[in-house]
Ligand binder design. Sequence first.
Ligand code: ATP
Length: 462
Amino acid sequence: MDSKITMEDIVSLSKRRGFVFSSSEIYGGFAAIYDFGPYGTELAKNIRELWWKTMVQENDNIVGLDSSIFMSSKVWEASGHVDGFSDPLAECKKCHSRVRVDHLLEDAGINADEKMSDEEINKLLKDNIDKITCPKCLSNDFSEAKSFNLLVKSNLGNFTGNWNDEPTYLRGETCQGIYVNFKNVLDSSRVKIPFGIAQIGKAFRNEITARQFIFRKREFEQMEMQYFVHPDDAKKIYDVWKEKRWDFYINILGFNKKNLRWSEHENLVFYAKEAWDIEYKFPFGFKELEGIHNRSDHDLTTHSKHSGVKLAYRNPKTNEEFMPWIVETSVGVDRMFLAVLTEAYHKEELEDGKSRVVLKFPFKLAPVKVAIFPLMKNKENLQNKARELYDKLKLKYVCEYDDNGNVGKRYRRQDEIGTPYCITIDFDTLEDNSVTVRDRDTMKQQRIEIERIDEFLNKKLN
Ligand code: ATP
């Protein structure tokens, strides 16, 4: 990533090139909700597929799950979300913006403990008021902080309109769907501990401060894997997953090491034994990208207690019975999307004094793999030849056909959406059946025979 890249660069390219749009934009937008445009949809799909391949397909003992967004409210009562899933909120008395007090404190270098009561957090706020400023108007005059529950309520199944009925929640995290299906998976498949269940799906949170584009959304998507282990193996397995997830960013996504770092949770939730985040250097600084947590036996014990269903595991060989511990890896599609976009974004000065913006996505993540250009628009024989190649390649790769404007302009456009290769069909092609293949990163061109194009591209997929 170029150090001069700003959030504005990313936001403006995202809109201009159809990666991300504000939701309901023609009605003035909808805070902290975003839509993926045509290229964003491809990129998000590629991110999900790559995660799934590395987590599920390549691991013999990890299986997939697709649980529903709606679950019994009892799940959220048992998990503690109904009572405890809250952030402390205060209002700036000057500009009336609502801010998360833990974030205000964090910005001032003070860590607030998740377990703090409203009184404790208010005391911390008061004691440090000189170090704190409203991010919007820089004032430090705030109302008392109050806890605000993040669960999003719905009226699903409430046909009476009687709001005293128990509300149904949109899930606040995908992992609860995994915990409540632990026994189903165990009983219906051949998995044995240690094994994992992976899931990709939407989650909803009434996030108070909706800042930083798609970094913090109210409707977002998580990719979570819960690994069920024997308590004695938890620490060892936890360390393995830490390493594997770090490796994913460095060796599979090809991120620069300088843009990643580990951060240990200073204030662990009471049940967690160890928790580290992988932080990425977003344009607004290092922030959490993915969490890797050792959650002890808390989740299955809690759901056993509340549901009355025994969730302990019996080792089929030794007959030992125990409550599995859980090692979790959890990352947002949207946050990975923003990190991938930031990492790929480059502004380059060219030899001719001009500059270009280029997204250097890894081939597997690029929304469009190859663009096909007939050199000129009004030559039927060039068009036919280009169409023929396009119709063949599009069966295997996401391709784009472009005959608009001069070739230089077409290159710039493909650079901005991160297309690794542009293929031009010119008059020589009609004679020698070769095409010009231009590389996005080096901008070098080479002639390749049409017959060898698939082989050339296929190598990049692996
Ligand atoms: P934060 O401290 O940023 O609020 P968190 O610690 O609450 O995040 P988790 O509940 O551990 O996050 O969620 C796991 C992952 O899900 C995060 O690492 C992040 O990638 C993603 N995530 C969480 N909340 C959001 C959100 N509001 N928008 C987008 N992604 C999110």
